[in-house]
Ligand binder design. Structure first.
Ligand code: NAD
Length: 348
């Protein structure tokens, strides 16, 4: 799979303090940090949990107990910047609501740390570009929480597509959506960067881009709402079409009311289908010729190890850099622009 390994080429993979395992600090101890990332850090070989940043003091005792953390490894949002003085922490992992990603990424860079920021990396492409610039100025690296690049079904799908196993790709169809229950959470608020497209539609944009191996040149999108009260602030369901330079096309859907989790890549002589495609649990898939039989992996552990090995061993990381996040934000901006203009075709 060597052809798939891409470094972002910034060349800032120099550690000030060479060590065997990198220290990661999690910022925001919500669902994803608590249920996925922290447990994954017990399975990583090249990084470990060395700090937490939380605005909720009542969470601290349990985290200290579970992860053997000491007082000097606990931060809040106000004293976060003093993390600069903590040499145990090499990478700050931002797991906050989307509207807080930019601020904490920039503060982490200013504290001299490398950053992994959750998806979507920002509220829009303008913010994403600022975050990248801030990393360049600080001479530190930015990565996005794109765990699926390290997942075997996705890696194999990319390989088959890159090698033209089924000829030229002509068509992609994909969707990721679920019924969002609690209407009072930040995912339902526009100011927090809520909505289905930002939350899960981004996975479909990713999959279309990395299977087709091209960047879309135009997008047309429409939004559909069945519950105007629940979805008064954010999108309930969006369908969008992306046009690629080769003439290939992608039809995509995202939703906070309908359950879907799949992609289908159609080429001249065959196809690849994954369903479920984007979950942390078991992913399944088949091609025209074979059924995939990959074991379930810990995607978060592989992702964080992949990034850590880039620093520790100089191994190229997969395509999970800030530049990749910015490309997605430009597409998301174009999708919203099209929705706001009743499906007008927007050039990217
Ligand atoms: P969550 O609501 O469970 O956690 C958010 C955390 O931020 C909480 O600890 C909360 O206390 C804290 N917070 C600080 N200020 C806040 C404020 N003003 N309002 C609300 N919360 C505030 O969310 P989550 O599901 O853990 O998502 C966090 C980030 O991780 C999001 O960017 C999300 O897109 C991303 N995520 C990624 C994946 C993935 O598979 N890569 C999965 C889930 C979530």
């Amino acid at each position: 799979m060597g052809a798939l390994t891409l470094s972002n080429g910034f060349g800032r993979n120099v550690l000030s303090n060479p060590k065997k395992k990198l220290g990661i600090a999690l910022v925001g101890l919500g669902n994803y940090a608590t249920r996925q990332l922290a447990p994954a850090l017990l399975e990583t070989n090249s990084c470990e949990l060395k700090g937490i940043v939380t605005g909720t003091p009542s969470k601290i005792a349990q985290w200290k107990k579970t992860y053997d953390l000491k007082d000097h490894q606990i931060y809040n949002y106000d004293n976060f910047d003093s993390i600069a003085k903590n040499d145990e922490i090499d990478i700050v992992y931002i797991v906050l609501p989307n509207n807080m990603h930019k601020e904490f990424t920039i503060r982490a860079f200013e504290a001299g740390k490398h950053v992994i920021c959750e998806k979507p990396m920002a509220m829009n492409a303008e913010e994403a570009a600022e975050m990248i610039l801030s990393g360049e100025k600080a001479n530190r690296e930015l990565f996005i929480g794109y765990r699926l690049h390290y997942e075997p079904h996705h890696r194999e799908s990319i390989r088959l597509c890159r090698e033209g196993a089924f000829g030229k790709i002509k068509f992609f169809e994909g969707g990721f959506g679920f019924r969002l229950g609690n209407p009072n959470q930040w995912r339902m608020k526009k100011a927090y960067g809520g909505g289905a497209l930002m939350d899960v539609g981004i996975y479909v944009i990713q999959a279309a881009r990395y299977t087709m191996g091209e960047e879309p040149i135009a997008v047309s999108a429409k939004e559909f709402k069945t519950d105007l009260v629940k979805f008064d602030e954010v999108d309930e369901l969006i369908t969008w079409q992306m046009e690629f330079p080769s003439g290939a096309v992608a039809n995509c859907t995202t939703s906070f009311s309908a359950s879907t989790n799949h992609f289908f890549v159609a080429a001249e002589k065959g196809f690849i289908r994954l369903s479920p495609a984007y979950t942390y649990g078991k992913i399944s898939g088949f091609t025209k010729d074979t059924t995939f039989e990959f074991n379930q992996v810990n995607q978060q552990a592989l992702h964080m190890d992949g990034i850590s090995d880039y620093f520790l061993k100089g191994q190229p990381h997969l395509n999970v850099g800030g530049d990749e996040g910015l490309r997605d934000m430009k597409i998301i901006d174009a999708i919203f622009a099209s929705v706001n203009q009743n499906g007008k075709r927007i050039l990217i």
